[in-house]
Write a new protein. Structure first.
Lengths: 473, 260
């Protein structure tokens, strides 16, 4: 997708002024949070599972090379092929050549954020291959030519009315009197359309929630079953996943899986959990003739051994954005690239450059709710702060902010000077607000007083009063 | 008596910059409460701010310099207490991580960090205070500030002490654990987003039906007070320590000129 992260502030302003978006975002606030809390609360070992999951991934990342090799061996043994792609471009080329060899005209797709990351749909279309999104949310935004705004609920930025409107516009055979007021009706309509496409597809592309080193298996979790049809019906199945999806054993996967749906949607398990190992064997009733796995790096190895390594534990559940006050206010598109919310604020600067995504780690109050709910215990606020440090070191933060901090720090590092200066300043601020108690506008504080009054200080600083009392006693 | 006196722990009060500059009454309330819990209080003059504005702007050099001077000024006390969960969290949780590449300072920071407490949790958890001698005949609601809640685990402590205040009725705030949108420099750097967040908060505050909003952090309080007043909502705002120390008569609510 096109990067608009440098325009984050404008994006945010537009998002705040968009009544449909604001209406749709209420759903995030009211829905995900309570459900997750209930699901987590109902499982006594939930916190212990989080510790375990963190440890499993830490171990995996420490030995990632070994597990990748083991995984590759197992995939080959099962008759599949593994392709490594260092960049998005390489990944696209690999996928295109597989599609071309298969003579593919239509490609069905299960939900994949990696496909978004490498801009796969546009690329396939440019090369005469029609990609068809089969996840309902992805299908909706494909109709609207929009990128996803959430990593598990791609169309969460839309109201039901907007979806109905898109369906009526695109499904030209739809009877005008067909009732689409119920979401289940929308689903039935999308299913009917998709059924034909599933049968016509030559290649199916899915993401993966896990790649299991022990068995060479790719695992997907979905709620609609579309992933299964995508990977079973076509002649060729391509899995596209990033390096950190590697998980050592099935036992590890089953532990982390207990956190995934609970953290994401508050379900104990998602409706479908599908394990695929290699192409169809002679005794299998169904399955593809070819099975390919494209493993994408795209800058992730640069996170290993850095301040950002722990972000590679992420299992893409979306809990961080579901609990983020900033995401609640502006939605996902304003972040301007594939991954929104707190995890995006950590990943995007790595993947597209902190010079472009610099606003993202700054646009956080550090309220810490993301870290509090992250099933993998990723210290998201600390990592956003590390990006701010990089920006400060590289002089990427705005000059006004840098000078402001420098000016303030000059005083903050000199207590006597600080106390003398603040004593004067507070006296002036207090005197000018006599009879009012607050300011409705204040020079240099426009960001504050545009929206709120500014409380006036009492007058004499605590330090001034304290030292006066000490002297008197 | 002299022996008794000798056994009283010595507390260094970390005033916090916002209390020092904007709301000194909170500092005096903290002194009164800490003394009532059986400690002696001193206020080292060599303190300004905990360093969060620099820390959260990525300016590590200034942050470390400030942290070193705070540690040096306070490490001789039995306890270091701050009337703020945010500054308390900075001193307790974040200071040690500033010195990962400096073992000498790291261990000083860790010894220091172990002594740091936020005011209300210090009173209840460390000093075993069960109630206070105060009167505030009003309905109040309480906002859990993020750092206090999630970094320091402060939730029940203020409610326990507020329950002992004569005449006070607590009405729980829907979404009390949701950020108010302050976020330090965030509120001016991303003023539009901050405004959207605080507007949700003031809606909930008004819906609680409380006459007074309380919290334990001046930043959040100034943000919410400023928004409530801009929206002309008839809710007064105070730091929880003012109520617990029975000092609400000493100063009008935040941003107001007449007593509540």
């Amino acid at each position: 997708m096109q990067i608009t992260s440098p325009e984050f502030k404008q994006n945010a302003r537009a998002a705040l002024a968009d009544p449909n978006l604001q209406k749709a975002l209420r759903h995030v606030r009211s829905n995900f949070i309570d459900k997750r809390a209930k699901a987590a609360g109902a499982l006594p070992e939930f916190e212990a599972l989080r510790d375990n999951a963190r440890d499993i991934k830490n171990h995996t990342l420490a030995h990632l090379d070994l597990y990748l090799e083991a995984y590759e061996d197992r995939v080959r043994q099962a008759g599949g092929e593994v392709h490594y792609a260092e960049t998005a471009e390489t990944a696209r080329d690999i996928i295109r050549s597989i599609c071309e060899r298969a003579g593919a005209k239509t490609v069905t797709k299960g939900k994949s954020m990696i496909a978004e990351e490498i801009n796969l749909n546009d690329y396939l279309e440019e090369h005469g291959i029609t990609p068809v999104e089969t996840d309902l949310g992805e299908y909706i935004i494909q109709l609207r030519h929009e990128p996803p705004s959430h990593i598990i609920a791609p169309a969460v930025h839309l109201t039901r009315e907007q979806v109905e409107e898109s369906f009526r516009k695109s499904h030209t055979d739809l009877a005008p009197d067909r009732d689409l007021t119920e979401p289940t009706e929308l689903l039935a309509e999308a299913r009917a359309k998709l059924r034909e496409r599933f049968l016509a597809a030559d290649v199916g592309i899915t993401g993966a929630n896990f790649l299991v080193a022990e068995t060479g298996t790719s695992v997907i979790v979905t709620n609609e079953g579309n992933g299964d049809l995508t990977q079973i019906l076509p002649r060729v199945h391509i899995v596209i996943a990033s390096i950190e999806k590697i998980t050592p054993t099935l036992n590890d996967v089953s532990q982390i899986m207990r956190l995934l749906a609970r953290s994401a949607t508050g379900q104990d398990m998602s409706v479908y959990t599908t394990f695929s190992t290699g192409p169809r064997r002679p005794e299998d009733p169904d399955g593809p003739d070819e099975y390919h796995v494209v493993i994408l790096d795209n800058g992730r190895t640069g996170m290993l051994g850095s301040d950002f390594q722990e972000a590679l534990r992420c299992i893409r559940c979306g809990a961080c954005m579901n609990h983020c006050p900033v995401y609640h206010a502006i939605g996902g598109h304003a972040y301007g690239w594939v991954y929104p919310g707190p995890i995006g604020a950590v990943l995007d600067p790595q993947l597209i450059g902190v010079d472009k995504a610099g606003n993202l780690p700054n646009a956080s109050t550090f309220c810490g709710r993301c870290e509090a709910v992250c099933p993998m215990r990723i210290p998201l606020p600390n990592m956003m702060r590390h990006w701010r440090e990089r920006e400060f070191e590289r002089h990427l933060s705005p000059a006004v902010a840098r000078y402001g901090i420098g000016f303030w720090a000059f005083f903050a590092r000199r207590p006597r000077l600080y106390q003398w200066a603040t004593r004067l300043a507070m006296r002036v601020l207090a005197n000018r607000a006599i009879g009012k108690g607050r300011y409705t506008s204040l020079p240099l504080a426009g960001g504050w007083t545009k929206y709120r009054d500014f409380p006036a200080p009492e007058g004499r600083t605590f330090q001034e009063q304290w030292s006066a009392r000490r002297k008197a006693s | 008596m002299a022996d008794d006196k000798a056994r009283r722990p010595k507390v260094g009060l970390f005033v916090t910059c916002l209390v020092d500059l904007f709301r000194p009454t909170v500092g005096f309330a903290a002194v009164k409460l800490i003394e009532a819990s059986g400690c002696d209080v001193e206020v080292p003059a060599a303190q300004t701010c905990c360093g969060q504005p620099a820390y959260n702007s990525g300016d590590t050099a200034d942050t470390r310099a400030i942290a070193e001077s705070v540690i040096a000024a306070f490490e001789s006390y039995d306890y270091v207490v701050a009337p703020s969960g945010s500054c308390g969290g900075m001193l307790k949780i974040h200071y040690p991580s500033l010195f990962n590449d400096d073992p000498a300072w790291k261990s000083r920071a860790e010894v220091f960090s172990a002594k740091v407490h936020e005011l209300v949790s210090f009173l209840t958890d460390v000093r075993g205070m069960k109630g206070v001698d105060a009167r505030f005949p009003k309905t109040v609601t309480y906002h859990d500030s993020c750092a206090g809640l999630r970094e320091l685990g402060i939730r029940d402590q203020p409610r326990t002490l507020l329950a002992s205040v004569e005449g006070l009725e607590l009405k729980e705030l829907n979404g009390a654990n949701v950020c108010c949108g302050f976020g330090g420099t965030f509120c001016v750097k991303y003023a539009d987003i901050s405004n959207a967040i605080v507007s949700e908060k003031t809606k909930e505050i008004a819906a609680s039906g409380a006459e007074t909003l309380l919290a334990g952090d001046m930043g959040c309080l100034m943000n919410m007070a400023g928004k409530l007043q801009r929206e002309k909502r008839p809710v007064s705002v105070r730091h929880v320590a003012e109520v617990l120390a029975d000092m609400t008569g000493d100063v009008p609510p935040i941003g107001e000129t007449t007593s509540d």
